[in-house]
Design a protein around this ligand. Structure first.
Ligand code: SF4
Length: 215
């Protein structure tokens, strides 16, 4: 496994892969985003209906380009009205997404503003592929909560110019570590908080990438 100038360690990656596996979420590690695209391609069949949540990781990794390649029936929000995509996504063959954080205990943590991404992830599409850079690894759920409040949300706020307090502050305006504490903004990005801790059937598969991807 390649060591990179980053905050994660090989031991952390191995612990996370093992824990995800134990929690019924088969997980693999790849060193590069190019390998991640190859793995995703191997998990998809031509002509399948595929969909995804909004994700910087899928763009940066090249997975979104694969989805748009014409080999699949991609429910693309850039081409189809979002509401139509949200509805059709529930019947899709495959849903692709990233994660806001993945814990070393094998939990996937997601925070949504609309709920469409977490809804599709936890119920609907027959298969779900989570692609996440190792920068998303954290020890446990409290660290995942902190990661969203202090890293993911502020960076997304800056990218999307949400005008939420975290865009200016660089962290959530809410004091303390309460998971659902947040602002009262009309454009609040943090509304649904989902921890996936176990899967009874292997519907969700995880590809951990040894690069920094997304927020
Ligand atoms: S609750 Fe509001 S201020 Fe806090 S991180 Fe989310 S969008 Fe930013």
């Amino acid at each position: 496994m390649e060591k990179r100038k980053a905050a994660w360690t090989e031991e952390q990656v191995m612990r996370t892969l093992e824990a995800l596996q134990k929690n019924g979420m088969p997980a693999i590690y790849v060193a590069t985003k190019a390998e991640a695209v190859e793995k995703v391609a191997a998990m998809l069949r031509e002509g399948e209906v595929i969909s995804c949540g909004g994700s910087v990781t899928l763009v940066e990794s090249g997975v979104r380009d694969l989805m748009k390649s014409g080999k699949y029936r991609f429910l693309d929000r850039e081409q189809i009205p979002a509401e139509e995509v949200y509805q059709k996504t529930f019947a899709a063959d495959v849903f692709l997404t990233s994660a806001n954080a993945i814990t070393e205990k094998g939990e996937i943590y997601q925070v949504d503003g609309n709920g469409n991404r977490v809804a599709a992830m936890i119920y609907g599409p027959k298969r779900v592929i989570v692609v996440a850079g190792c920068n998303k690894l954290v020890p446990d759920v409290p660290a995942a909560v902190e990661r969203v409040k202090c890293v993911a949300a502020p960076l997304n706020a800056k990218r999307l110019h949400t005008g939420t307090p975290c865009e200016e502050l660089g962290h959530c305006c809410a004091e303390g570590k309460d998971m659902t504490a947040g602002c009262r903004s009309e454009r609040r990005m943090c509304c649904q908080y989902v921890v996936t801790g176990y899967q009874r059937t292997p519907r969700i598969r995880v590809i951990l990438v040894g690069e920094t991807l997304g927020y």
